[in-house]
Design a protein around this ligand. Structure first.
Ligand code: COA
Ligand code: NAD
Length: 713
């Protein structure tokens, strides 16, 4: 809806009303059309202000309407009518003006924004482009380079930046609505010449072709198969080369191809999945969503290595005080320097002062005695962590939450070391922890709903998307990675090369193939995990462990001191630190290995690489759902998109499976199992079979069947 009133005598005030973000639903659009008509027809009204209720201008098109039969007036003529009005129309931007919200504001003759508001055109993140004139009006205000950067990334910017880019005309610390009303009165009689953005020329630099060539190359490289960023560049090209009306036509045509695309559907699924994961109750039945999180003021981080540093930065940036603890003075000093540097760089980017004062450094564990919550990030060593939990339990106040950042260890085992196991949960961050948005909150069998709720809430305060998961080896993300990585090694044994496997996965859309990822995270890290599981047998040539096929290739590389990027050699060679180059040594090594084991190399197609790597990962996802380790497929998909570089425009592994067709996934797993009966991860999970037997229902119906499956167990 949109409410109309007359204020200050002769200003017509239109207020968008559609909680929580005043999205432009059919009713809101109709409301705008009606109220604008009323304001323009009212002889007493000399100028108009458009604002949103509850301190939010507008979060854009109503995403819930996508995929339904859309009714109500379309945005383009609505915004055009506002722009063509003969009375000045002022947008009063508070909270956010995003997508269609900003496009509406760009159709107004003036824009006044609150200092704390954010603006942007995030459509590309939903697989779309700003198709209500955004691609044509924005560059007319900002120039092409800034418009390309904003529209192809969907970045949201502060109003200070928007002012510099001429997207808004004025920024105020006071109420944007009151300021806009005052302003509207002052311009009531002023001519609108030059105020209609669509009538301005699009400023074009002389090297416009080179500009677009570079822009296209950049999006093609970073988008990895995503079509929306490419269409955004094409629409902007139209703005630069065509008159406004033709540019609008081009924008519409490009949008038509995106709107019904599978990529847009996947990205929109992901948008809602990311918001829904915070709400659902745990599969174990514990209803943490009903229990209140406890407020956390003082925190502690133990172990200031790679992860501890990022977690400390993230906590301080969220305004929490942190006691940061290392075992000894020297690494403590080094960590302090590194953390201060990270905070300073962060402050430079975000503006404001670095929150250095919020952190107290100590080499004495006693310093954590009065904190509300501890996150430990010491070495992944079960004996060390068990001992630490005993110490923490003795030192901390009895009501303190004790959290572990372990990647895979048993939360129940660690909880059993504490006098208050109900206050122990996993908070599994991802590297780099101050950047990555994902947080797996792991509930042990004794974790209280309040402890899970508190960890989820703290994650939210830190700007993370928390996903509550059950306790098992590797939890959700790392557990699913295991069969995926294992298939990579098997493919090498059978004739593939790291660059061929990675090439197929990167072509699929992963930011990094599995061997490049292994080189980055460290071949030694995986080796230590396998050693902990009793799988490593130095020098052993047997390809079977614990009764199943096992590839010792990673262990052999470890024995050669090839740990990946950190040693300059791994699955690839690194002459400069980051650039992976195929290594002839590795090819010889693989040939020797195959010869020693009597393995004949065969030609392997990309399709086999993808099916074996991805379908085993997906199959493990079904096992996780069946066991109730994740509440639903959306949880798994959010974990993979935010934490594991799964291509966003493919929704996530479970969504992808639903798109490929469950029957196909099942058939291909069965096919590969026949060829490799000694690989249990190829054995299709019974939930997958059950879903296929129920006619492969759409993904939003899986939960019901999962519940039934669980009640049969
Ligand atoms: N259409 C429909 N619903 C929307 C929406 C939109 N454009 N934007 C947000 N919502 C809903 C969310 O689904 C959520 O619903 P829920 O409470 O039922 O889960 C609610 O509004 C709050 O959103 P949330 O993201 O949790 O709140 P926030 O305060 O962290 O962020 C925004 C608010 C507006 C910044 C963020 O929601 C956003 O970026 N929205 C998308 C904007 C966009 O892409 N617009 C262009 C559409 S083409
Ligand atoms: P790291 O080796 O970089 O850091 C560990 C730090 O803990 C070191 O600085 C060490 O000095 C310190 N430490 C060891 N014992 C201590 C003690 N008793 N008291 C205080 N400090 C102590 O390790 P990391 O990569 O940061 O991993 C830490 C934890 O996070 C592990 O459990 C790991 O599995 C998990 N994790 C790591 C990653 C990753 O990508 N690195 C991702 C997610 C989770």
């Amino acid at each position: 809806m949109a409410q109309y009133s007359r204020v200050s005598g002769n200003v017509g005030l239109i207020t968008l009303q559609n909680p929580p973000v005043n999205a432009l639903s059919a009713a809101v659009r109709q409301g705008i059309v009606d109220t604008v008509k009323r304001a323009l027809g009212d002889p007493e009204v000399k100028s108009v202000v458009i604002c949103g209720q509850n301190g939010v201008f507008c979060g854009g098109a109503d995403i819930r309407e996508f995929g339904t039969h859309m009714t109500g007036p379309p945005l383009v003529p609505m915004i055009h009518a506002i722009e063509m009005a003969d009375k000045p129309v002022v947008a009063a931007i508070e909270g956010v003006a995003l997508g269609g919200g900003l496009e509406l504001a760009l159709g107004c003759h003036y824009r006044i924004a609150h200092t704390k508001a954010k603006v942007g055109l995030p459509e590309v993140t939903l697989g779309l482009l700003p198709a209500a004139g955004g691609t044509q009006r924005l560059p007319r205000l900002t120039g092409l380079p800034a418009a390309i950067a904003l529209i192809t990334t969907g970045r949201q910017i502060t109003t200070a930046e928007a002012l510099k880019l001429s997207i808004v005309d004025q920024v105020t610390d006071y109420s944007a609505v009151d300021t806009a009303v005052k302003f509207a009165k002052s311009v009531a009689e002023r001519s609108l010449d030059g105020r209609r953005v669509s009538e301005r020329p699009c400023p074009c630099p002389p090297d416009v072709d080179a500009l677009f060539e570079a822009a296209m190359q950049k999006v093609r490289q970073s988008a990895r198969g995503a079509i929306a960023p490419v269409a955004c560049v094409q629409a902007l090209q139209a703005a630069a080369t065509m008159p406004y009306a033709l540019g609008m036509q081009r924008e519409k045509e490009l949008m038509a191809t995106l709107f019904t695309s599978g990529q847009a559907r996947a990205l929109q699924y992901s948008f809602f999945a990311q918001r829904a994961v915070g709400r659902w109750s745990l599969p174990s039945g514990a209803r943490w969503d009903g229990s209140k999180p406890r407020p956390i003021r003082k925190t502690a981080v133990i172990g200031l290595g790679t992860m501890g540093r990022g977690i400390t930065v993230s906590l301080a940036q969220a305004g929490l005080s942190v006691i940061a603890v290392e075992a000894q003075e020297k690494p403590l000093k080094e960590a302090q320097q590194a953390i201060s540097g990270m905070l300073q760089r962060g402050a430079k980017r975000r503006g404001g002062a670095p929150p250095l004062d919020l952190i107290t450094y100590s080499a004495n564990l006693q310093a954590v005695a009065d904190v509300d919550l501890v996150i430990e990030a010491v070495f992944e060593d079960v004996a060390l962590k068990k001992q630490l939990f005993q110490h923490l339990s003795a030192i901390c106040k009895p009501e303190a939450f004790l959290c572990t950042n372990t990647s895979a260890l048993d939360i129940d085992l660690l909880a059993s070391q504490s006098r208050h196991p109900e206050l122990v949960v996993g908070m599994h961050f991802f590297a780099p922890a101050h950047v990555m948005k994902l947080l797996e909150v792991v509930h042990g069998s004794r974790s209280s709903p309040e402890a899970v709720a508190t960890a989820m809430n703290l994650g939210k305060q830190m700007g993370k998307v928390g996903v509550a998961v059950g306790n098992c080896h590797g939890f959700v993300g790392n557990r699913m990675l295991k069969p995926y990585l294992e298939q990579g090694l098997f493919l090498l044994e059978e004739g593939a090369t790291p660059e061929m496997v990675d090439g197929a996965l990167e072509e699929f859309g992963f930011a990094m193939g599995l061997f490049r990822m292994s080189d980055l995270s460290g071949i030694d890290v995986g080796w230590r995990v396998r050693k902990g599981e009793g799988l490593v047998q130095p020098g052993a040539s047997v390809r079977v462990r614990q009764g199943r096929r096992y590839s010792p290739l990673g262990d052999l590389l470890y024995e050669q001191g090839r740990f990946g990027q950190k040693t300059g050699r791994g699955w690839y060679r690194y002459d400069n630190r980051h650039e992976a180059k195929p290594d002839p040594w590795l090819n010889n090594f693989l040939e020797d290995y195959r010869a020693r084991h009597g393995l004949a190399a065969r030609r392997i197609e990309c399709q086999e690489v993808l099916e074996r790597c991805l379908y085993t990962l997906i199959n493990e996802g079904f096992r996780i759902l069946e066991e109730g380790i994740a509440a639903g497929p959306e949880d798994i998909d959010v974990i993979y998109v935010l934490g594991y570089g799964w291509p966003k425009h493919r929704g996530g592994p479970m969504y992808y499976a639903s798109m490929v067709g469950l029957i196909k996934v099942l058939e291909r797993l069965e096919h590969y199992l026949r060829a490799h009966p000694d690989v249990p991860s190829l054995q299709p999970c019974s939930l997958l079979r059950r879903l296929v037997a129920s006619g492969s229902p759409p993904i939003h119906k899986w939960r019901k069947i999962i519940k039934k499956t669980q009640s049969h167990l």
